[in-house]
Design a protein around this ligand. Structure first.
Ligand code: PEP
Length: 249
């Protein structure tokens, strides 16, 4: 089964109006990409990014509230993201799991809400260094997948991102064998739970210190269908070679 690759950028709490020019530069460098390109800017920029980004760049949110409306000061619903022009949302990022103590059940509720609003979801899973050292990586990933992904997903609207917590923003990257082991495991779990239709068509991204210098090697690993990129997605100059590596993978 061929899966269209996905290069996704997570700007986190970075970016002001001036950053919108990066979208234009990125689009100019990739007028006809062989892969999907997604940028998830801070919520303040989604509307403008969606209006200004050329069509080959999709725009996403970084989180959403499980409710559609209500008394939740500071929160944003999936409907609001969709209304602002987002097509995707990242859910269960380890920074949110840590900073806001989001549980798998919380993430699952958000996934249901996002799918209900017509968004595609990128569900993040990943182990801490202590969990890897204790040889619990696959148990942790399996548990997060079982708890965070609801039954109602399809291969079209679900993307899973494997992001080892210890590799995010640290410059440390697992070995290619370690990445392959986890991605193969995620694929097996998807097929076992959802069957081949959904399991083989769901894209699995790697995230954690992906850079222009290591992207091509990572994209060669089996069951790596793209990347979720933090720091190196902030500028078109850094993200573009990653997109090119994925285009050529
Ligand atoms: C991330 O936070 O999703 C991420 C992968 O960050 P970085 O690329 O900066 O490690």
């Amino acid at each position: 089964m061929t899966r269209r690759k996905l290069a996704a950028g997570n700007w986190k709490m970075n970016g002001t109006s001036a950053s919108l020019k990066e979208l234009k530069s990125l689009a100019e460098a990739h007028p006809n990409p062989n892969c999907d390109i997604l940028i998830c800017p801070p919520a303040t920029l989604i509307d403008r990014a969606a209006k200004t980004a050329p069509e080959q760049i999709a725009i996403g949110g970084q989180d959403c509230h499980p409710n559609a409306t209500g008394a939740h000061t500071g929160d944003i619903s999936a409907q609001m993201l969709a209304d602002a022009g987002a097509s995707h949302v990242i859910l269960g990022h380890s920074e949110r799991r840590e900073d806001y103590e989001e549980s798998d059940a919380d993430v699952r509720e958000k996934v249901v809400a996002a799918l209900g609003a017509g968004l595609k979801v990128i569900v993040c899973v990943g182990e801490s260094l202590a969990e890897r050292d204790a040889r619990n990586t696959l148990d942790i990933i399996g548990g997060q997948m079982a708890g965070s992904i609801p039954d109602v997903v399809t291969g079209e609207n679900l993307v899973v991102a494997y992001e080892p917590i210890w590799a995010i923003g640290t410059g440390k990257v697992p070995t290619l064998d370690q990445i392959g082991e986890v991605h193969d495991f995620i694929r097996l779990r998807l097929v076992r739970r959802f069957g081949e239709g959904v399991g083989l068509s769901t894209r699995i991204l790697y995230g954690g210190s992906v850079k222009p210098s290591n992207a091509a090697d990572i994209f060669d690993v089996s069951n790596v269908d793209g990347a979720l990129v933090g720091g190196a997605s902030l500028s078109a100059a850094d993200f573009s070679p990653i997109v090119t590596a994925l285009d050529n993978a």
